[in-house]
Design a protein around this ligand. Structure first.
Ligand code: LER
Ligand code: MN
Length: 280
């Protein structure tokens, strides 16, 4: 298996990381296909007017998979949180994650747990870990019954109070006993702020690393900031990473840049893979 490529696309509400609006979902699928992506990463906030079977058919018609369901929009829209002190809100958050798990079982994808682990309550790291572990436990059990893996995203300190780095994420996975259906989503935009080095982070996460987000240091399309993507890609390859690299950048410098430059960008990375395979 090789590293595969996906990009964020929204099918319900417009999203800052999707170069196409929700109404342009089908144009977005055609773009993914024409740009040689393997899959879509789908933003889904809730299941009002979302027909998962129809989405699965549309993906299949384009020869695309789905890497993960990006669940974070529901944090801002509805205030959902796995750390909610209010039990009704916690239950609503869990119910939403169960719905994502049902959808992921159909789409063959992961479910992302990113902003849904944000909280306004000031907690120590120990309190935070206990609270998140409790909030997540039934979701992990349900996901396991459904054959689905949850991926928890490391987010930088300006977005979330805890679990900011690859090291933090590993300590949390160890704290919850390394469930086989829980992995890490590592986003190089956040990692550029939090991790001491990309190479050391990748090595530390090892097989716990399940999914990678690519955006440049300023969250623009790769090449419009100062991250060395080819080096990061080489480190991922050398570590034996076999998951996806998913484009999750702002439409900067423009949506047209993202749309036009995605194909040559992933082609360049694939060529690196070929070059290193031919040297072996
Ligand atoms: C989502 O993947 C992400 O990286 C967050 O920064 C969004 O709030
Ligand atoms: Mn991300």
């Amino acid at each position: 298996m090789m590293i595969t490529f996906s990009a964020t696309l929204t099918c319900q509400y417009d999203a800052i990381f999707s170069p196409f609006s929700a109404k342009q979902f089908y144009q977005g699928l055609a773009w993914l296909k024409n740009s040689t992506f393997d899959a879509a990463e789908l933003c889904i906030a809730d299941y009002n007017n979302v027909d998962v079977i129809a989405i699965a058919h549309a993906l299949a018609e384009h020869g695309l998979g789905c890497t993960t369901i990006a669940s974070g929009q529901a944090r801002k829209r509805e205030g959902l949180s796995l750390l909610a002190a209010d039990d009704a809100l916690l239950q609503r958050t869990r119910q939403r994650i169960y719905q994502h798990i049902d959808a992921a079982a159909i789409l063959g994808s992961y479910v992302t747990i990113g902003s849904l682990r944000a909280t306004e309550t000031a907690l120590s790291i120990e309190q935070y870990k206990h609270s998140l572990a409790q909030g997540l436990a039934p979701c992990i059990d349900y996901a396991q019954k459904c054959g689905v893996t949850l991926i928890i995203e490391a987010l930088n300190r300006y977005e979330i109070s805890h679990l900011n780095s690859a090291e933090d994420m590993m300590l949390f996975l160890e704290f919850i006993g390394m469930p086989p259906n829980v992995g890490i989503l590592w986003d190089v935009f956040h990692a550029n702020i939090e991790d001491q080095s990309f190479a050391a982070a990748i090595q530390r996460m090892g097989p716990s690393l399940h999914h990678v987000h690519f955006a440049d240091s300023n969250r623009a399309f790769p090449g419009y900031g100062h991250l060395a993507f080819e080096d990061i890609y080489r480190h991922l390859q050398q570590s034996g990473y076999q998951g996806a690299i998913s484009l999750e950048c702002l439409c900067r410098p423009s949506a047209q840049t993202v749309i036009k430059q995605a194909k040559p960008f992933i082609e360049r990375l694939r060529q690196l893979a070929c070059a290193s395979a031919s040297r072996q």
